[in-house]
Design a protein around this ligand. Structure first.
Ligand code: F6P
Length: 548
């Protein structure tokens, strides 16, 4: 299925209309848009799949939304969704299909990749994960000395770490007792050493998670973990204490892990989209297989929504269009992700990889330099912690920072009085960002104070407002809704890639640093001369060079 993208996106009627509308948008204040239209929330909010998406505090109008949808039509958005679904080779620079949706598909229909139904393999690996979880949880799988496994350490990085780590943290309320899952990613020995310091090898299982099984950080941590284990329990213990998750079965065998203990996935699963595959094994061990299947079901429900819902009511498409508007037409360079949920505290770092590794690109699908901005810098922190750190700048720092609030209607942990206060803070922030406070209001407030404050303070109490935000409300946080949430963001990333004409599934930008690090390593280790370096790099190497 061939789909053509407009050769010059910025010359299309929809883009030109948006550029004109943006001129007007700059001079309109959000507070005036709300005053002028008491139906604004109804007009610009969606209730889909149990989620409430309120985007009425974005700096949009009926006209700009219509033109954004016209742009989605111009880029043939619906056909691109069909291509994703059909298993076309849309990751063209790596010659791969993009079928992470197959991993959460529970229907009986086949899903084809290069003419072959992938579902039998997907189900086979899922069944193997289920058996393994059962064996660990029931104590059928034991360590080399006959002890039960109490601690699981997942060694991986990027897509082989961030997803299961974020989801394990998010679903703390569902954790299986007596099993603790740890995540080690950093090449810095401080990471592995501090996790190992409190553990007993006899009770510890390692999962070596790497799609390629060549990533230096993971291979080094795996080698050190293996040395720690074999020093205590001997070489023969490796079989009972190491399993692997990878697409590279020969490399896993070369490391010495029994092929029976390898959980496979496939090259049509991108690293940052792999949480649903065997990369989710540590999550399944943490929350149990029933919960893991609920997580998959939530993802599948969001797939069905994305595939079948018209763009005007489509949650991922709506989020994508709003980000494009803020980035390319209002000039936002960042987006703050602000979950009012401590359990979702790792969501910003997970989404940093998903969004920025996918769409932080300047060359389009046709190899041409783009003439518009792509993925904004994503950052954030759980509310209310962020309020006492960087919100000052969002409110009065003078920069355009679109904010995305996420909250749950019901709490995942019950302690009296907390949740209503948490929600009050969340909604107050978006209200303050939208309304702002004028000089006249600040002055009147000072005068009306019970103990009047000096009037010179008025300018300090002015808030410009007009800061756009979206609020996404989940009914509650559980495996199913977390699955929906993550799939929502995955599809938003894809939809933005379609709009920007990017291949969202490659990541050539991470290669150069790895290449240069391999060149510098022997110089730092003192094995080769430090030559042909710029003076800065040469100076840094000289300061750390290990003596011959
Ligand atoms: O950061 C680059 C990257 O290739 C990511 O895309 C990937 O998730 C990560 O490294 C880890 O790769 P692997 O799973 O192959 O070890």
């Amino acid at each position: 299925m061939a789909v053509t993208h407009p050769v010059n996106l910025t010359s299309t009627p929809a883009w030109i209309a948006l550029a004109n509308l943006a001129e007007t948008a700059r001079s309109i204040h959000l507070r005036d848009l709300f005053t002028a239209d008491d139906q604004r929330f109804t007009r610009f909010s969606l209730r889909e799949e149990g989620f409430l998406l309120d985007y009425s505090k974005q700096r949009i109008t009926t006209d700009s939304m219509a033109s954004l949808h016209a742009l989605w039509q111009t880029v043939a958005g619906a056909q691109w969704i069909a291509r994703l679904r059909a298993g076309d080779t849309i990751n063209h620079t790596e010659g791969r299909a993009v079928l992470h949706t197959a991993l959460r598909h529970s229907g009986s229909e086949p899903i084809y990749c290069a003419g072959q139904d992938v579902m039998p393999d997907v189900r086979r690996v899922l069944d193997k994960i289920a058996r393994f979880c059962n064996d660990i949880h029931q104590g059928h799988w034991r360590g080399a000395t006959g002890e039960r496994i109490r601690d699981v350490i997942n060694i991986g990085i990027g897509g082989s770490d961030l997803g299961p780590k974020m989801a394990s943290r998010a679903l703390t309320a569902q954790h299986i007792p007596d099993i603790t899952v740890h995540y080690v990613s950093n090449l810095d020995a401080a990471h592995l050493a501090t996790v190992l310091a409190n553990l007993d090898p006899a009770h510890t299982l390692f999962i070596i998670a790497s799609k390629t099984f060549t990533t230096q950080e993971t291979m080094q941590n795996a080698a050190s973990a293996r040395a720690w284990l074999t020093t205590a329990l001997g070489e023969a213990a490796v079989a009972q204490h190491f399993v692997a998750v990878s697409t590279n079965l020969p490399a896993v065998a070369a490391f010495g892990i029994d092929p029976a203990n390898v959980f496979e996935f496939w090259d049509w699963v991108g690293g940052r989209f792999s949480l649903w595959s065997a990369i989710g094994l540590p999550l399944a061990l943490a929350i149990g297989m029933d919960n893991f299947r609920q997580f998959l079901a939530g993802g599948a429900a969001m797939d069905a929504h994305f595939f079948n819902t018209p763009a005007e009511r489509n949650l991922p498409v709506t989020l994508a269009l709003l980000e494009l508007w803020n980035t390319d037409f209002l000039g936002a360079e960042t987006r703050a992700l602000l979950p009012y949920s401590q359990s979702l505290e790792l969501l910003p770092s997970y989404l940093q990889q998903l969004e920025m590794e996918s769409n932080g690109k300047q060359v389009d699908r046709d190899g041409q330099s783009v003439t518009y901005a792509t993925a904004p810098i994503l950052w954030g922190e759980a509310g209310t912690n962020g309020q006492h750190a960087f919100y000052q700048l969002i409110h009065q720092g003078g920069r355009l920072i679109p904010c995305e609030f996420i909250a749950c209607i019901e709490p995942d942990f019950m302690l009296p009085d907390h949740h209503a206060k948490l929600l009050a803070h969340c909604f107050a922030q978006s209200e303050a960002l939208m309304r702002g406070k004028t000089l006249a209001e600040a002055t009147a407030e000072l005068a009306a104070a019970v103990s009047p404050l000096p009037t010179f303070l008025a300018p300090y109490k002015v808030f410009p407002g007009n800061q756009p935000s979206t609020t996404l409300l989940l009914p509650r946080l559980n495996p199913y809704t977390l699955g929906q949430l993550i799939a929502l963001y995955e599809h938003k990333v894809f939809a933005l890639g379609v709009l920007w004409n990017l291949n969202s599934f490659d990541q050539w930008g991470v290669e150069y640093g790895k290449q240069l690090a391999s060149r510098l390593l022997p110089m730092i280790e003192g094995r080769t001369a430090a030559t042909e370096l710029d003076s800065s790099t040469a100076g840094l190497v000289a300061a750390c060079r290990i003596a011959d």
